[in-house]
Each structure stands twice: as C-alpha cells, then as structure tokens.
Write a protein that binds this ligand. Structure first.
Ligand SMILES: NC(=O)c1ccc[n+]([C@@H]2O[C@H](COP(=O)([O-])OP(=O)(O)OC[C@H]3O[C@@H](n4cnc5c(N)ncnc54)[C@H](O)[C@@H]3O)[C@@H](O)[C@H]2O)c1
Length: 259
C-alpha cells in the first residue's frame, strides 16, 4: 500500500515541490492550503485547525503515514505568529493520532536558518509558553516599527526549532515510534522570497546576510528531497534534529560552536 502523507502549504514553493516529489515516488499526498489543495483550511485560526483534522480524517480514512508541517508566512505581522508557530504545532499535534495505524509514522517541520538571526526574547518566551493570545499581542507591538517587525519571523522559527527539540524525545513522539525532526532552509527561490531576490543586486545583498557558499540560492526541490528522506521508512533513528539545508550559512554564522 502506498504511503499517505499530509503536506501543509502544498499550493506553493517548498510544499508544492514536496507534494510533487512524493507523488512522483508513488505516494498519496493530501495537500493542505488556503486554496488549490485537497484540504482547504486556514491554519491561522482555531476553526481552520479543527477543520484540518476533520477533513484529513475523512479524506485519508483515518490513517496517515507522515506529516509535513510546512505552511508559513514571512510577513512582519501577527498572522506570521499564528501560522508559523501555532499552526505548525496544531498540524503536528492534531494529526498525530492519525499516525497510529502506520507501520512507519514520521513527522517533519519546516523551520528556517532565520532562527539563527536576531529575535525578540519576549515573543520567543510567549511562544514557548504556548500562549497564542499573548504572543499575538507582542507581535502587534513589534509590527509597529520596521526595525522590530523583522524579529517576528525569526522568533517564530527559533521557537519552532526549540519546540521540536523539546518534544522529539517525549512519549508522544519517540516513545510512540515517531521520528520528529525539522529542516532549516537557507534562501530558497519560492514566491515567499521572489521580491527579495529579483535582481542580482538584491540577491547579493541578501547573501551577505545569509551566506550560502555551497551553490547559493536553492530551488524548492532541494528542501523537498531532504523532507522526503526525513519522513521516509529509511529514517529510523534521527530524532529532534534541526537539519540545515542552507548552502553553509549555519557553518559560516555559527562555526564550530555547535556539536
Ligand atoms: N523560501 C525560503 O527562502 C524559506 C527559507 C526558510 C524557511 N522557509 C519556510 O518554508 C515554508 C514554505 O515556504 P515557501 O518559501 O514555500 O513559501 P510560499 O509562500 O511559496 O508557500 C507557503 C504556502 O503556505 C500557505 N499558507 C500560508 N498561510 C497559510 C494558512 N493560514 N493556512 C494554510 N496555508 C497557509 C500559502 O498559501 C502558501 O501556499 C515556510 O514555513 C517558510 O517559512 C522558506
């Protein structure tokens, strides 16, 4: 029987590339997005998150093999908090019961190398505490100034990577035989980044902030291949890892300070 995977943010960029790759490999994919998907659900809202579970249960027949929590926003605004952090976690936690019937259950989250950039300690704290209302309120404040608005995205990704590290070894995940990991892409050519990498000059200045000495800016399929492996039957022991697929930006920025 082919594996059944759920991919959020499947209508564009990395999610679309992942869905296409898995389908080429013979998997059944239930795409989730705001539009152009098998399941149309808004992961920014509690209703949308509940609708996601109901629809996936219905479409899958109650059993899935893998979750790809990929949907995200990069805007310097509160919805980025709702989708990138609380939407991703709701996807993982609410769909986890549907993995129970799988012989090889797997889950992966798309974080970002932006987790290494400057973030807002207050927002990261509220995210880590799981307080959506308080986190949204903090994002409202940060969004008012261009100098602090950029901290919102980085904070959501830092908190998301941290959440994966804290959850992966627990009874819910490792204890239930489910590898839970994250990928942290560098700059990927998708609609999310299109305006930032439109000209050679823009690409050069972005690469100064996100250095990618190995092959530069990547196509979304590069991330899709890694995601597909992390959620494959072959991955039996990778647990709670944040895998940087970033052309070397983590190495350049953090050097040998991490092991
Ligand atoms: N592109 C990059 O350089 C890059 C780098 C690091 C991490 N990422 C992460 O990769 C993931 C995918 O990004 P992408 O570059 O493919 O972007 P994208 O904009 O091409 O695709 C994101 C998808 O998520 C969907 N989405 C947004 N809000 C949603 C909501 N409320 N409910 C359901 N779906 C929603 C969008 O409709 C879209 O189809 C994101 O989590 C992003 O933060 C991207």
């Amino acid at each position: 029987m082919p594996r059944t995977s759920v991919v959020t943010g499947a209508a564009s960029g990395i999610g679309k590339a992942t869905k296409e790759l898995l389908e080429q490999r013979g998997e059944r994919v239930i795409g989730v997005d705001l539009h152009d998907a098998e399941v149309v659900a808004d992961l920014a809202s509690a209703e949308g998150r509940a609708a996601l579970v109901d629809a996936v249960r219905k479409v899958s027949g109650g059993r899935i093999d893998a979750i790809y929590a990929n949907a995200g926003l990069a805007s310097a605004a509160p919805p980025t908090v709702a989708v990138n952090f609380f939407g991703a976690i709701a996807t993982l936690e609410k769909l986890r019961p549907l993995l129970k019937g799988s012989d090889a259950p797997r889950a992966v989250v798309v974080s970002s190398m932006a987790a290494l950039m400057a973030s807002d300690e207050e927002l990261v704290g509220r995210l880590t505490a799981g307080d959506e209302q308080a986190a949204m309120a903090r994002a409202e404040v940060l969004a008012k100034e261009p100098t602090t608005g950029g901290l919102i995205y980085c904070s959501t990704k830092l908190a998301l990577s941290r959440w994966v590290r804290r959850q992966a070894a627990t009874a819910d995940w490792a204890g239930a035989g489910i590898p839970l990991n994250a990928v942290a892409p560098g700059i990927i050519a998708t609609p999310m980044t299109a305006e930032m990498i439109d000209t050679e000059q823009e690409r050069e200045s972005l690469l100064k902030v996100v250095p990618m000495p190995l092959n530069g800016i990547a196509e979304p399929v590069v991330v899709a291949r890694l995601l597909a492996w992390l959620n494959s039957v072959e991955n039996t022991h990778l647990c709670g890892q944040i895998v940087y697929v970033d052309g070397g930006s983590d190495v350049v920025l953090r050097g040998d300070s991490v092991w």
